[in-house]
Design a binder for this molecule. Structure first.
Ligand code: ADP
Ligand code: MG
Length: 243
């Protein structure tokens, strides 16, 4: 049974249909990447999975259990199992790094602050930011802030981490430190669904690549197949431009 099964999901913005039946699986500990042109629906897939964009038909299963996106409680449960990090990291500016990471588990889960802060320090170490635990966001570079944002997303112990172009807003010299942190998470066996324009990185960390265009899944497979030997003209054309 896959850890995450996405079955024929459709999503709209208002009356405009944006996803036209997307299906793929993610196994436990696997990194799956969504790639495709701008506007192809990659972000919408991630947003739909965590209930930020309504799924109008189709289903999503985590460990074989369907998420009922019409029930607020079920969406909350889905969000407990999946966490999303965006291009804009939006740390709380008035709190130091440690508080940013520890806030949700203490406030939302009502857990003891000391215990949560110990875990937060471990997460910060994982993304190479433990030495800045007491710094404030405006004292950090964009790459450092994004690494803190990833640690913050992990603080609620999601089973699946969704990363939407987390390096796209960064200056080029800061991209690698964030990719290193993601690489380390992959090494730890974190299940991840990744949207990234860093094609060399996608190729390196993913076991499966899903190529999307115009709200449809065009083809999916191992990175070597999708990058070097795609079946579709659309994928060939896209990779011809970006690789
Ligand atoms: P990608 O992440 O692949 O660039 P998106 O999922 O952001 O693609 O967008 C898919 C389609 O949905 C695009 O046509 C985009 O213009 C549209 N779209 C995205 N966000 C919104 C929104 N908030 N309101 C209306 N349309 C949107
Ligand atoms: Mg996007």
């Amino acid at each position: 049974m896959p850890h995450l099964a996405v079955n024929e999901i459709h999503a709209n913005y208002g009356k405009m249909a944006v996803l036209h039946g997307i299906s793929f699986d993610v196994d436990r500990g696997e990194v799956v990447s969504l790639v495709g042109p701008s506007g192809s629906g990659k972000s919408t897939v991630l947003r739909a999975l965590v209930g930020l964009t309504p799924v109008t038909s189709g289903s999503v299963e985590v460990d074989g259990t369907c998420i009922d996106y019409s029930a607020a409680r079920a969406v909350k449960a889905a969000r407990d199992r999946m966490a999303i990090v965006f291009q804009q990291y939006n740390l709380f500016q008035n709190m130091n790094v440690l508080r940013n990471v520890a806030l949700a588990p203490t406030k939302v889960k009502g857990r003891k602050r000391k215990e949560v802060e110990e875990e937060a320090m471990e997460l910060l170490a994982l993304v190479g930011m433990d030495h800045k635990a007491h710094a404030y966001p405006d004292e950090l570079s964009g790459g450092q802030q994004q690494r803190v944002a990833i640690a913050r997303a992990l603080a609620l112990k999601p089973e699946i981490l969704l990363l939407d172009e987390v390096t796209s807003a960064l200056d080029p010299e800061l991209v690698n430190e964030v990719l290193d942190a993601i690489r380390r998470l992959a090494g730890e066996g974190m299940t991840m669904l990744l949207v990234s324009h860093e094609m060399a990185f996608v190729r390196e960390v993913s076991s499966k690549v899903v190529f999307m265009d115009q709200g449809k899944l065009v083809e999916s497979g191992p990175p070597s197949q999708i990058f070097d030997n795609p079946d579709s003209d659309r994928a060939r054309d896209f990779f011809g431009k970006v690789l």
